[in-house]
Design a protein around this ligand. Structure first.
Ligand SMILES: C[S@@+](CC[C@H](N)C(=O)[O-])C[C@H]1O[C@@H](n2cnc3c(N)ncnc32)[C@H](O)[C@@H]1O
Length: 314
């Protein structure tokens, strides 16, 4: 069977698969499979025989044809997913198409359908009634171009008092048992297993696996300082500059890296590890930088600040 054309990043797909492997009780639900790239990844990592429910209108859209060169159709979706057993396809607009009939406990929720409100929240509000305490709740496109997703996901994480994990553009939450999400992050990026990044904003410090984005991604909130906790898995230095002069060179694991007044920074790692930053400009607009190699100088333009960072193995 040929691989379905995809819109998700490879990192996001890897994370999605590792998340799918962490499902406990309940069915899989995917909204917005398009040609079935994400559906195949969920299927390959499926736990046991729980069915995969997937919902799409399968209506052709100009952006799909422009980006992937093909018109969406149910027929093409069926071709690209012909190797998947125990799948229930709901053809129509979510949540309306299942509003009267849905009753299953959802153990895994992946939303890559409507990227703005009211559609995103209509789905979340309807399907979250069927979540259990351990449901892995995730979706794609936690990105500056989709502000409703960013705002809604932070709001849910705050409301439930849980950590938010983002790899690629895939976001994930669990009300209970989020060590399963950490396990998924570690499996998606084994070189950074056990490397923890702690970041401090005005309202306090938070720690995350370094392979996922630190808190503050696409928030207009300056990162004040960070430290990478001492780990046998990573050594090196972080070097900060102000107007061309070295401000500090900090050994990883030794002390926090202070960011006040820093307008250039580089990371020097003993391994092939890259670093990516999220910057907010003077108007508050956020953007992710490319992933920089070790010792590659990163400019922080005048008026911009770092809001979040992540390490990656590629
Ligand atoms: C960004 S694409 C999904 C990409 C896909 N996950 C992949 O791996 O390539 C969004 C899909 O969601 C579908 N969609 C958007 N809103 C929807 C809704 N409310 N109900 C059902 N399908 C929807 C579109 O038809 C499209 O196929």
């Amino acid at each position: 069977m040929p691989k379905a054309p995809r819109t998700m990043t490879l990192t996001g797909l890897k994370f999605l698969g590792m998340l799918a492997a962490q499902k406990k009780a309940g069915v899989y639900l995917e909204i917005g499979p398009l040609f079935g790239s994400s559906t195949n990844v969920i299927h390959k990592n499926r736990v046991g025989t729980a069915p995969i429910h997937t919902i799409d209108t399968f209506e052709p859209a100009p952006w799909v044809k422009k980006r992937l060169g093909l018109d969406l159709s149910r027929q093409l979706f069926d071709k690209f997913t012909s190797g998947i057993d125990n799948m229930v396809v709901h053809e129509g607009f979510a949540p309306d198409v299942v509003q009267e009939s849905w009753s299953d406990d959802i153990g895994f929720y992946f939303d890559d359908a409507t990227h703005g409100d009211p559609g995103w929240s209509d789905n979340f509000d309807f399907f979250s009634r069927f979540f259990n305490r351990e449901t892995i709740i995730c979706g794609d496109d936690f990105a500056s171009g989709w502000p409703d997703i960013v705002r809604n996901v932070y709001a849910r994480a705050d409301e439930w008092g849980v950590k938010l994990y983002v790899m690629g553009r895939v976001w994930a939450l669990a009300r209970q048992g989020d060590e399963r999400i950490v396990e998924a992050v570690n499996k998606a990026c084994p070189k950074l297993k056990d490397v923890t990044l702690c970041t401090t904003h005005e309202d306090g410090e938070r720690c995350h696996p370094a392979a996922c984005w630190s808190w503050g991604l696409h928030q207009n909130k300056p990162l004040l300082r960070f430290h990478i906790e001492e780990s046998a898995a990573l050594s090196g230095q972080v070097v900060t500059f102000h107007d061309g002069s070295i401000k500090a060179a900090t050994e990883i694991g030794r002390a926090p890296v202070e960011l006040a007044g820093v307008n250039q920074i580089y990371f020097s790692f003993g391994k092939k590890i890259r670093v990516q930053l999220c910057l907010a400009d003077a108007s508050g607009k956020t953007r992710n930088t490319k992933a920089y190699r070790s010792e590659q100088l990163i400019d922080i333009p005048e008026g911009s600040c770092i809001t979040a960072l992540r390490l990656s193995d590629s």
